[in-house]
Design a protein around this ligand. Sequence first.
Ligand code: NAP
Length: 458
Amino acid sequence: MPDFIIQATYFLGALLFILGLKQMSSPVTARRGIVWAGVGMVLATLITYFHHEINHNYILMTVAIAIGGIIAFVSGKKVAMTDMPQMIALYNGMGGGAAAAIAAVVLIQQQPMSMTVQTLAVVGALIGTVAFSGSLIAFFKLQGILKGVIRFPMQQWINALVFVITLTFGLAIILSGTQYEMSSLAIFFVLALVFGVLMTVPIGGADMPVVISLYNALTGLAVGFEGFVLENPAMMIAGIVVGSAGTLLTQLMAKAMNRPITNVLFSNFGDGGDGEAAEVSGSMKEIDSTDVAVMMAFAEKVIVIPGYGMAVAQAQHKVWELTKQLQERGVNVKFAIHPVAGRMPGHMNVLLAEAGVPYDIIYDLDEINDEFATTDVVLVIGANDVVNPAARTDANSPIYGMPILNADYAKNVIVVKRGKGAGFSGIENHLFFADNTRMLYGDGQAVASELVSNIKEL
Ligand code: NAP
């Protein structure tokens, strides 16, 4: 097949990645975006069969694609929504590993190449390998296979030392042209793997989504670099797109949690506060679901704030049923989503979409925050940190400065949770003690079901 057709097909594939990603920015078009990007991937894969450097390795290629495709299809169909972060970690690790494997093959061949290309191959290998082993550790942590954080004395110094030695080996490989020993190459890869592990083990499981997003950016970069090495435009563009999207997402998550990325990578959560967090005054006041049903059914406006607990309880379907009932009674119901509610970006949006909640009643923090003051009832279901007013008022709180949903400004706040469990940040929530707040204890799904049947009986 003429080379220009192959290159043009790669280019078309890359274009579909970009257009697909663009469509993923809105929930209305996101599903189509995934399909477009998938078609781009199929095109890029198929045209590779005609690439002149394939050397007739068709059987190996087909077997590899079949194994990968079947595993991805089956696991993608089976994965529970709450297990999505570790699934992404695993897939991302595979991407980084693939980029590193390409670099390894190129470097093992020891063919003459320009210093620029060799540098890109080595840097891509380093980044891809770190993303590979780091993402696997993130997967093990989120899956509960690896529990807790591993810390030891002088850890950051030892990590830095391993990184510097890895870099030195990389530099030596670049500078020696084609004269490097295979053992140096092997040591370089092993050290990069070790560095990925060392860098990730001290980070707490709950910070993993941010770390995965960072590794995602690194994987993109590694793929982009190796795309330059192979002169493959689809890989270059896809890598750059993933690299920049991952970087933006990492920044966005860190900003929404009000923590610099260095704090996520190099310190325990909660290290940020300088002094004692403010004591909470008042008491938590309980309410039962019959009273809440009356309160909501006769309200003019209700805002629902879902959080991580709604995902744990899988309460989204019941919450939507409750919403429909309220709407039938003429109540204006809206959903308010905090950018880091749950444990991964878009966590709540995905759950609500799965339950069938229409997008036009789902609002972002900036869109809805001014409306709380005119809201009769706010139903906080399984959310905690994202509604904690300490972020606004207590300079010593670890979440101080994090933008929050202004639930406390509403006339009445109902908080659904199982007990006195803290949120992700492990701190007390001042909202739960406020005069206008009532606690409705129980599992999110069970409570939502009770509210549904209580409202039916009114
Ligand atoms: P959260 O602060 O983690 O609080 C979740 C609450 O849900 C807990 O207080 C828990 O209390 C309750 N809960 C757990 N299981 C429940 C169940 N079955 N039924 C009812 N309630 C249940 O949640 P959030 O307000 O969504 O905040 C997210 C936090 O995660 C933020 O601090 C954010 O910075 C962090 N984070 C987010 C991301 C992201 O990308 N979204 C990534 C990393 C970290 P009980 O135990 O008493 O029930």
